[in-house]
Design a protein around this ligand. Structure first.
Ligand SMILES: [Zn+2]
Length: 196
């Protein structure tokens, strides 16, 4: 059980991990806290945006879309490896997922294949949306993968979590395929090495 990181500590933790941080508009006060609970936090979820173009992508993650108001993540990782902070508090990124997965994340065990939509993920997970078309062809530049690794590691370090606390959206629900183009096991291996 962990209390969500403060905005100031989030920026500090990212910078300490070597992340290039860009603070977007009023991100410190931008959230969906009026729509449901936020915290305790148990993990970090990685997504792809299915978009291209840094500016359009960051604006979409901050503002959201008509049926899904922003923020759509806490941070948006663009292809150049910048982490744009887009929200602080509850964010519309994880949606419903499997409580068996949540229990595994909390215990830092290998997660089971998700097959239920019975748990509010926006309450329990930090989210990073990563600029990529998600078509399996759009490349993931080294700078971007490095930033995803560092951003996730920064939160793990803050909370005393291991790499098993980091999952992909596709590991939360069988309704999603993101992120596509690298495997979460590869990413967790990198995060674990960084946390040593
Ligand atoms: Zn997603």
């Amino acid at each position: 059980m962990a209390t969500p990181i403060t905005a100031a500590a989030f920026v500090q933790a990212l910078e300490k991990e070597g992340v290039t941080v860009e603070e977007v508009r009023d991100w410190r006060n931008h959230n969906r806290n009026g729509q449901g609970p936020w915290g305790p936090v148990h993990g970090i979820m990685i997504h792809h945006t299915a978009t291209s173009g840094a500016k359009e992508t960051v604006d979409l993650i901050y503002d959201g879309r008509s049926q899904l108001p922003g923020p759509l993540a806490h941070g948006c990782v663009t292809k150049d490896g910048t982490v744009h902070l887009t929200g602080h508090g509850r964010a519309n990124h994880a949606g419903s997922g499997d409580d068996d997965v949540l229990r595994a994340v909390i215990a830092e065990r290998t997660t089971p294949a998700p097959n239920q939509q019975n748990t509010d993920g926006n309450r329990y997970f930090y989210g990073f949306e990563c600029e990529n078309l998600g078509d399996g062809k759009d490349p993931w530049p080294d700078e971007q993968l490095d930033a995803i690794e560092r951003a996730a590691a920064a939160l793990c370090r803050h909370h005393g979590w291991g790499a098993r606390s980091v999952i992909g959206h596709l590991e939360w629900t069988d309704q999603k395929v993101d992120p596509r183009g690298f495997t979460m096991d590869e990413l967790r291996k990198r995060i674990a090495a960084r946390l040593k």
